[in-house]
Each structure stands twice: as structure tokens, then as C-alpha cells.
Design a protein around this ligand. Structure first.
Ligand SMILES: NC(=O)c1ccc[n+]([C@@H]2O[C@H](COP(=O)([O-])OP(=O)(O)OC[C@H]3O[C@@H](n4cnc5c(N)ncnc54)[C@H](O)[C@@H]3O)[C@@H](O)[C@H]2O)c1
Ligand SMILES: O=C(O)C(=O)C[C@]1(C(=O)O)C=C[C@@H](O)C=C1
Length: 306
């Protein structure tokens, strides 16, 4: 039995399900694991048949209409056994994860919570903080939003109630990561203050401060490069081809058809609307070796390729 209730109530639901179904193995998919395990243990439930878990996949929207058949494909699924979980119960949950296409990792509740603080919970806080800055911006300025802000703020559309429970349920670990961010933000701010307002374009001005800024970006490069691709492999360095797509019915369909005719596989796609123009930009990701042939083929077929 899989319990997918909000973190604040999930332990109660698990305890009830274990009692009502004495032969069932019960797992929950809550995004926090230590507080849930602690509450289930304190309730005196049968821990042998309980195995916590957490699919590292989800969406910023909820409900059946937001469902996607391939949501779990290639994503990490953390299995978090209690100290008393039976081997067969753990195996059953592990098999469930494999069956839905996930890569299984086993961790203790503490290890899990520390890891997700860095890879999921603090990123949510940062996305919300970044998007929150946009509230008071003029229409004119918000209209300039490009792919950068879209990339870093997608999850800012997440459910406030759910995330309040997640952050509160992992407060200690989230606090530790945020303290480090806070310190680095302080250093960044100090560097910008050292530069002053007039010296910004003079490279000899405050070299120490420029070094702090360069390190900030370089550290981000190094961290970002560590994010694995799907199935835990190194991220595939796709090449991007940008194509101008007229804002008219069937245009994208034609583009895909032409790619198919050229025998080139689409790996990923981003669409962007060009400000004030009746066209969009399709950012097509393909394997690097396919980028040049794709440019040629599309140009031959009359597409404007950047
Ligand atoms: N959304 C994600 O991306 C994601 C990913 C992985 C894990 N999770 C975890 O999955 C769980 C559900 O999240 P969601 O995004 O699907 O939320 P959701 O709000 O879409 O779904 C929660 C469901 O729980 C039900 N519910 C609420 N209170 C209940 C109670 N007392 N007893 C029984 N059911 C109750 C609600 O009716 C709703 O159907 C959370 O614990 C969350 O941490 C979410
Ligand atoms: O990508 C999203 O929208 C998510 O909700 C994903 C995400 C994550 O941070 O990876 C968010 C919270 C869940 O606990 C698990 C997955």
C-alpha cells in the first residue's frame, strides 16, 4: 500500500493502514523521512511491514490532470527501511520502484533528509525567493523574462501548504544548508559593495571583489556539472539548435516532421515567445553530432535557424 498524503498527516495514515490491513506492506512517499519514521515508531506500529520511500520526481502542480506517464522514468527512488523492516517488505518496495522505471537508492532517514535538504528543499526556497522578487516589478520589466528566470523559478509555482510542511519537517537540515548560502550571499554582497557604483566596468577596480564574483559563478559551474542525467549517468552534453517558428497552427508539427525526415532525434525542446513578434523560438536539443546536419537540413527546408 502506498500512502501519498501530506507530510503532517502521513504518519497517522500509515499507522492506520498498517492496523487495518494486517498483511499489507505499507510505504509512504513523503518528502521528509525522519519525522515520519519517528512518529510511526512512537505510535507503536508494526515496523516490520513499514518501509519509507521517496521518489525524486514530482511536479509543481498536483492532481490527476497534472499526471504524466513517464514522471518516474529514470529518476532516483530512495528506499528508507526502518531498523525493523523485514527483508521481504524492503524488497517489495524496491521492486515497485524498479517497475515504475526508477533507479533505487537505499538510505537511512537521516541521510535522506540531509541529502534532500541540499538537492530539493533549499532549491525550492531559492526558487521562491527569486520569483518573489518579481512581484513588485513593473510589467515592462517582467516582460523581459527569458529562459534563465524560467529555468530557476519553475518550482516557485509549488503548493505553499505542502512546502510549508516539507520545510518544517526537515528544518534542521534545511537550516544548515541555508546558513552556508547566507554566508556566501554576505560575501557576494560585500564584493559588490567593494566595487562601488562607478567602478563596475573597470577591470582593475577591486580585483579581490571581482575574484569573489568569479568564484561564485565557477563554483556554480562545478556543482551544476555534478548533477547526473537520467538513469544516474553523467549529463549528456546536448547541442542546441534555435529555430524561428511562426506563431501559426501546424508550424511545430511541420518542424518535427522535417526533423523526422532528416532522421534526427529530438532529445529536448524549449519554446520561447519572442517579445512583440508573431514568432516563437524553438530551442531544440540534439546529440552534438546531429547539430550541424540539422541546421543544414532545416535551412534547406526554409526554416530560419540561428
Ligand atoms: N509533489 C511532488 O512533487 C512530490 C514528489 C515526491 C513526494 N511527494 C510527497 O507526496 C505526498 C503528497 O504530495 P502531493 O504533491 O501528491 O500532494 P497533493 O496535495 O496533490 O495530494 C495529497 C493527497 O492527500 C490527501 N490527504 C490530505 N489529508 C489526508 C489525510 N488526513 N488522510 C488521507 N489523505 C489525505 C489529499 O486529499 C490529496 O489527495 C507528500 O507527502 C509529498 O511530500 C510529493
Ligand atoms: O520537479 C518538481 O516539480 C518536483 O516537485 C520535484 C521534487 C524535487 O525537488 O526533485 C520536489 C519534491 C519532492 O519531494 C520530490 C521531487
Amino acid at each position: 500500500m502506498v500512502v501519498a498524503a501530506p507530510p503532517d498527516v502521513v504518519a497517522d495514515v500509515v499507522v492506520r493502514q498498517l492496523a487495518e490491513h494486517p498483511d499489507a506492506v505499507v510505504t509512504d512517499v513523503a518528502s521528509v523521512k525522519s519525522v515520519v519514521l519517528q512518529a510511526i515508531t512512537e505510535a507503536g506500529a508494526d515496523l516490520g511491514r513499514y518501509v519509507g520511500s521517496h521518489p525524486m520526481a514530482g511536479r509543481e502542480r498536483s492532481g490527476a490532470v497534472a499526471a504524466r506517464a513517464d514522471l518516474f522514468e529514470g529518476r532516483a527512488y530512495v528506499v528508507v527501511p526502518s531498523k525493523d523492516s523485514t527483508r521481504s517488505a524492503v524488497e517489495l518496495v524496491r521492486r515497485l520502484a524498479v517497475d515504475i522505471g526508477c533507479q533505487v537508492t537505499t538510505m537511512s532517514a537521516r541521510e535522506h533528509d540531509d541529502a534532500v535538504a541540499a538537492v530539493s528543499h533549499v532549491p525550492q526556497v531559492m526558487a521562491s525567493l527569486t520569483a518573489g522578487r518579481l512581484r513588485s516589478l513593473s510589467e515592462h520589466s517582467v516582460a523581459l523574462s527569458g529562459q534563465g528566470i524560467r529555468d530557476v523559478t519553475r518550482i516557485a509555482a509549488s503548493d505553499p501548504q505542502l512546502w510549508t510542511q516539507i520545510l518544517a519537517g526537515n528544518a534542521g537540515a534545511v537550516r544548515s544548508v541555508l546558513r552556508e548560502v547566507y554566508d556566501e550571499l554576505g560575501e557576494t554582497l560585500a564584493a559588490l559593495e567593494a566595487l562601488g557604483d562607478d567602478d563596475l566596468i573597470r577591470s582593475e577596480a577591486a580585483p579581490g571583489a571581482r575574484k569573489v564574483l568569479a568564484s561564485l559563478i565557477a563554483d556554480g559551474n562545478a556543482g551544476q556539472a555534478r548533477i547526473p542525467g537520467k538513469h544516474g549517468s553523467a549529463p549528456t552534453p546536448y547541442a542546441t539548435v534555435v529555430v524561428v517558428v511562426p506563431d501559426e497552427p501546424g508550424a511545430l508539427g511541420r518542424l518535427f516532421q522535417h526533423m523526422g525526415e532528416a532522421g534526427i532525434n529530438l532529445e529536448d525542446l524549449h519554446l520561447e515567445h519572442a517579445l512583440g513578434h508573431p514568432v516563437g523560438l524553438a530551442e531544440i536539443s540534439v546529440l552534438p553530432a546531429a547539430a550541424e546536419p540539422l541546421r543544414e537540413q532545416l535551412t534547406t527546408r526554409g526554416w530560419r535557424v540561428h
